[in-house]
Design a protein around this ligand. Structure first.
Ligand code: ZN
Ligand code: ZN
Length: 404
């Protein structure tokens, strides 16, 4: 299963009223589309704009309205932290604040080569009363933070004001339970203590000397309480694995029981090494029944409102798909889709359906090209994300009969 993040789009005037999929040269996707069942997919449901987390849960067959408990735990599991039932996890940024804790830069200059060292320093030194704090760097200025203790609740607000120029927000309980009140207090203590530790860190003094914004504060968002999810083994009887360079998506994959090894060169950005990605996917197929391959850069180009960039990333996706297809035996079921649309003229996720392609050796093809327009007329029609795995399981002849 290939999922290209934010793949779907709308016709853009900057691409002569074509979508990036239409404007790109995609020989491998075109070839497989001609021999595939085509359709389109509402990742969650019509009119629902999914985040990547809820979308992936849905594509894997888990109802996000039941199983989604906030983004933090996915980020933390994806970062490699070992979570326990009841932990409350956050996504975090290193940021720059002034003397009045007004946020000057939400990303501490964005280029923060010191991020890993600062994260390790906080992980070792950040202590609060009555709870443990775990912290791990992910990509660039980002990290995951976990508060572990008894009686915690993730119903708390973000400390991230989500825009520069505003003061660091005070964490508040969003439900009036004792646990939420206590958790909010802990978050504020953690934030205060992190600010003290970071402000006096020598790496930040060096940054100031170089004229760079110091990473002197942390911003937390996306609180979620960790609970175990049903896995691919119990849901489908499949040994599953994933190849992704995106911590949050790796977290979803780990939490549904996929082996998600870190692959050198697989970065989750536009420079991701597709040769490494394809060979990792093929070697995982030897020991697994199901391999998920995630490609992030299409979403990033959508957020950057960069049509040419998205066309280029669609072409890179095409190459990735081609390399994997070249190494298959031929009797596998192959699916290509997106987790949502991120149109280049919008710069954000939308609820539009995404194109879907399902190939198996015994299907006849109804595709021309793999595009938003082409997929509207395919035999698969329009599915919701939660219907995808059953369709794939049927093509793999792995479904038990319903009734006699
Ligand atoms: Zn996404
Ligand atoms: Zn996105």
């Amino acid at each position: 299963m290939f999922v290209s993040d934010g793949l779907g789009d709308r016709p853009s005037a900057r691409l002569d009223r074509r979508t990036p999929l239409q404007a790109a040269s995609t020989p491998n996707l075109d070839e497989i589309a001609r021999e595939s069942m085509i359709g389109s997919l509402y990742p969650v449901a019509p009119g629902v704009t999914p985040g990547s987390d809820t979308a992936h849960l849905s594509l894997f067959g888990l109802d996000p309205y039941v199983y989604y408990k906030g983004r933090g735990p996915f980020e933390a599991v994806g970062a490699g932290l070992d979570l326990s039932e009841g932990d409350v996890a956050f996504r975090g940024n290193f940021a720059t604040v002034d003397d009045n804790v007004k946020v000057v830069d939400r990303r501490a200059g964005r280029s923060l080569p010191e991020a890993r060292q600062l994260a390790d320093y906080l992980a070792a030194n950040l202590k609060v009363d009555g709870a443990h704090v775990l912290l791990k760097s992910t990509t660039e200025h980002r990290f995951a933070l976990v508060i572990r203790g008894t009686g915690l609740d993730a119903s708390v607000s973000d400390t991230d004001p989500h825009r520069a120029g505003e003061r660091l927000a005070v964490c508040k309980p969003t439900s009036q339970t004792e646990a939420a009140v206590r958790t909010a207090q802990l978050v504020n203590q953690v934030t205060q203590r992190a600010h003290e530790l970071l402000s006096s860190h020598p790496l930040n003094s060096e940054r100031i000397q170089k004229g760079l914004p110091p990473a002197n504060s942390i911003l937390l968002r996306g609180a979620g309480k960790y609970t175990r999810l049903p896995g691919f083994g119990s849901l489908y009887g499949l040994r599953a694995a994933a190849v992704t360079g995106t911590a949050m998506v790796r977290g979803v994959c780990c939490m549904v029981g996929m082996d998600s090894p870190r692959v050198p060169g697989v970065t989750g950005d536009k420079n991701t090494d597709i040769t490494a990605k394809a060979s990792a996917a093929l070697s995982l197929l030897i020991e697994h029944d199901f391999v998920f391959v995630h490609f992030k850069a299409t979403d990033s180009a959508g957020h950057d409102r960069d049509p040419e960039g998205k066309v280029e990333m669609v072409e890179k996706l095409d190459e990735l798909v081609g390399r994997v297809l070249d190494g298959l035996r031929g009797d596998e079921v192959v699916c290509v889709t997106g987790d949502h649309s991120t149109p280049v003229d919008i710069g954000e996720h939308t609820a539009d359906p995404v194109p879907l392609l399902v190939h198996a050796q015994d299907v006849y093809g109804d595709g021309e090209r793999f595009t938003e327009a082409g997929s509207a007329f395919g035999r698969l029609g329009r599915l919701n994300g939660s219907q995808l795995m059953p369709v794939l399981m049927n093509q793999a002849n792995r479904i038990r009969k319903f009734g006699e």
